[in-house]
Design a protein around this ligand. Structure first.
Ligand SMILES: Nc1ncnc2c1ncn2[C@@H]1O[C@H](COP(=O)(O)OP(=O)(O)OP(=O)(O)O)[C@@H](O)[C@H]1O
Ligand SMILES: [Mg+2]
Length: 310
C-alpha cells in the first residue's frame, strides 16, 4: 500500500531524515519508534504531503504521490499536536475537515456520524470542543483523520496524555481499521503499545532506520542476552552494586531502575552465579533475583543508546 524509498529532509545544516525506506501492506500496522528528534514527525509530514521532501520516492498503491490523486484523498493523518478548532463543536470540526477532503452533503454527514461513533463521541457531537477533556480531544483528532476512509492512516503518538479507557478505545479503533484493510503507520514512545499493535516495527534514530522487523525478530537481535533484575538489601547501595556488576565479564550493561539493579548479560541466566558471588564477596545482600526475557524496550535502548536527545 505505502512504499517509501530514500526519503530525506534537511533543515539548513540539520539532517532530520536521512534516506529512510520502508513499506506497509494493506491491513498491516507498522510501528515507527525512535527517540525525541529522531525524525518521525518529519517523515510522516512528507508522506502525508504536508512537508516538501528533499529526496525520495513515496508511492501509494503503486502510484507516486506526485502523480496520483492528491495525497490527502488517500491518506488520513492524525497529527502529534491537537489540530482542532476549540471554539467549534465536534461536528463543526468534522465538517471543516470533511470539506478539506472534498466531502459534502449526505456523504459528509454519514462520514461524520461514522467517525463520531468510531471514537465514542456521538453523544457529545454538538458540544464545543473547548469543553472537552484532553482524552476526548485526542479521540476527536483521530476522528478527523479517518473521516474520509483513507487507505493509509498515519497516527503520530495518538495516546499521549489519555486515560486507560481512551487508550483502549483508540487501540480498538486502530485494530478495526486494520481489520478493514487499512494500512497504518503508528508512531509511539510506548513500547508496550508497539508490542501489542504493530506487526512490524522500524527503529529510527538520527534520521536513519537502524533496524526493522517483527517484535520477535528485533528481540532476537539481542541473541543470547537476558535481563536480570536484582534487588539488594535495605542497607546496601544500589550504585555500589551497579559498579561491581558492571565490571564483570559478560555484563553488557548494568543500570539502576525502580530500586532494582537491571543487568543485561550475555548467555543469560548462565551468568547468574558470577553475578551473585561477586555481590556476596563485596558484602552486598541480594534480596531478589528475576531473569526476564528481553523486551522491545531492551532492544530499543540497546540500539539507540541512553543519551538524551536534544
Ligand atoms: N521546521 C523545522 N525547522 C527546523 N528543524 C526542524 C523542523 N522540524 C523538525 N526539525 C528538526 O528535525 C529533527 C527531527 O524532528 P522530528 O519532529 O521529526 O522528530 P520526532 O522523531 O518526531 O521527535 P518527537 O519524538 O520528539 O516527536 C529535530 O532535530 C528537529 O529539531
Ligand atoms: Mg514527533
Amino acid at each position: 500500500m505505502l512504499s517509501v524509498h530514500g526519503l530525506s529532509k534537511s533543515f539548513g545544516e540539520r539532517v532530520a531524515v536521512d534516506g529512510i525506506s520502508f513499506a506497509i501492506a494493506s491491513g498491516e500496522i507498522y510501528g515507527l519508534l525512535g527517540p525525541n528528534g529522531a525524525g518521525k514527525t518529519t517523515s510522516i509530514s512528507m508522506i502525508a504531503g504536508i512537508l516538501a521532501r528533499d529526496t525520495g520516492e513515496i508511492t501509494i498503491d503503486g502510484i507516486s504521490i506526485d502523480d496520483g490523486p492528491p495525497a490527502r484523498a488517500m491518506i488520513g493523518i492524525v497529527p502529534q499536536s491537537i489540530t482542532l478548532y476549540l471554539d467549534l463543536t465536534a461536528r463543526e470540526n468534522l465538517d471543516f475537515w470533511g470539506r478539506m477532503y472534498d466531502l459534502s452533503g449526505a456523504a459528509l454527514r454519514d462520514a461524520s456520524d461514522g467517525a463520531l461513533d468510531a471514537v465514542g463521541l456521538t453523544r457529545r457531537a454538538d458540544d464545543i470542543v473547548g469543553t472537552y477533556s484532553g482524552g476526548m480531544q485526542r479521540r476527536l483528532n483521530l476522528a478527523c483523520g479517518i473521516l474520509h476512509r483513507p487507505k493509509l492512516v498515519i497516527l503520530d503518538e495518538p495516546t499521549v496524555g489519555v486515560d486507560p479507557q481512551s487508550r483502549s478505545a483508540i487501540f480498538d479503533l486502530v485494530e478495526r481499521l486494520r481489520d478493514a484493510g487499512t494500512a497504518i503507520l503508528y508512531t509511539t514512545h510506548y513500547m508496550e503499545e508497539a508490542e501489542r499493535l504493530c506487526a512490524r516495527i522500524g527503529i529510527i534514530d538520527s534520521g536513519r532506520l537502524i533496524a526493522e522487523g517483527t517484535r520477535a525478530e528485533l528481540v532476537a537481535r539481542l541473541g543470547q542476552e537476558a535481563r536480570i533484575e536484582i534487588g539488594v538489601g535495605r542497607g546496601d547501595s544500589l550504585e555500589r552494586a551497579e559498579r561491581i556488576v558492571s565490571e564483570l565479564e559478560g555484563v553488557v550493561s548494568a543500570t539502576v531502575e525502580n530500586s532494582h539493579l537491571h543487568v543485561i548479560a550475555d548467555h543469560g541466566a548462565n551468568r547468574l552465579p558470577t553475578l551473585l558471588s561477586a555481590l556476596l564477596n563485596a558484602g552486598t545482600v541480594t534480596e531478589s533475583v528475576r531473569v526476564v526475557e528481553p523486551n522491545l524496550e531492551d532492544v530499543f535502548l540497546r540500539m539507540t543508546g541512553r543519551a538524551l536527545r536534544d
